[in-house]
Design a binder for this molecule. Structure first.
Ligand SMILES: [Zn+2]
Length: 265
């Protein structure tokens, strides 16, 4: 028994003609829509990434309006989640500068960092001391980060006295560094040594590590030779200067927060 396959095809086409016509029309319609919305020239994935400036990954932020938190307290601002990180310079890494008699910069830094931390903690502020290369610094989010260092113990000349401060350039830290500079100068009467600020300070490693938005600064509290007494024995003005500077900064941040809350309604 022989059966021609062409007969089967023809029969199938005839009996399903409406369906076949519909499928052809649908295909044509979809191709038309696809053609209409396609870019005129073929665009490579690399070109799309380059144009969208996606920083090397196929992702993009999704912006969505989110309602602000409900304001429950109008008259007195409840304290925000203030959190301060203090790097005890060189801690956990090396000794830093060393004096002829063995006094190390790491010891000087630690003494000051611990006193500053104790004063702030006594006020109820959350403060933690970090190592120079603390693993926590990676994407560290805080109200402020301050690294405490001291300058060399070599006798250079009678001008080798004073302090310096550099703020992060990755997150605008002018508010923090200006507060610290003014308060520290007022409390210690030390001169400000802008002309000896080095790349070690302006491109300080922690500035690159902390989370964006965390204001960060590094202070060289004084020279270990001429300012030794102030840095080791009579440290109250040093500690007070740093505490005052942080207070000043926290006040400006609080003022800004309050102003923003007011703008919401
Ligand atoms: Zn140092």
């Amino acid at each position: 028994m022989k059966q021609s396959p062409s007969f089967d095809w023809l029969k199938a086409v005839k009996s399903n003609l409406p369906l076949i016509v519909f499928l052809l029309l649908a295909t044509g319609g979809m191709l038309t829509v696809y053609w209409f919305y396609s870019p005129p020239t073929a665009v490579s994935t690399e070109a799309i990434i380059a144009e969208a400036d996606l920083e090397g990954g196929l992702w993009a932020p999704i912006y969505k309006d989110v309602a602000g938190p409900p304001v429950t307290q109008r008259l007195v601002q409840s304290p925000g989640p203030i959190h301060i990180g203090i790097i005890s310079g060189h801690r956990g890494f090396d000794s830093g500068a060393v004096c002829a008699d063995g006094l190390t910069e790491a010891t000087v830094n630690a003494g000051i960092a611990e006193q500053v931390t104790a004063v702030l903690q006594a006020e109820g502020i959350t403060v933690e001391i970090l190592d120079e290369f603390d693993p926590k610094l990676d994407n560290y989010a805080a109200t402020a980060l301050l690294s405490i260092h001291a300058d060399s113990c070599m006798y250079v000349n009678e001008l080798a006295t004073g302090f310096k401060i550099a703020g992060s350039s990755y997150t605008d830290s002018a508010a923090l560094s200006v507060c610290l500079e003014q308060a520290y100068a007022a409390s210690t009467n030390l001169p400000y040594h802008a002309n000896t600020i080095t790349a070690d300070m302006t491109d300080y490693h922690a500035f690159r590590e902390v989370a964006p938005g965390t204001q960060a600064a590094i202070i060289e509290v004084g020279f270990m030779w001429l300012d030794r007494d102030l840095l080791t024995t009579n440290t109250d003005p040093v500690v007070q200067g740093i505490v005052d500077g942080l207070h000043c900064f926290l006040n400006t941040a609080t003022v800004r927060q309050a102003a923003m809350a007011g703008d919401d309604g």
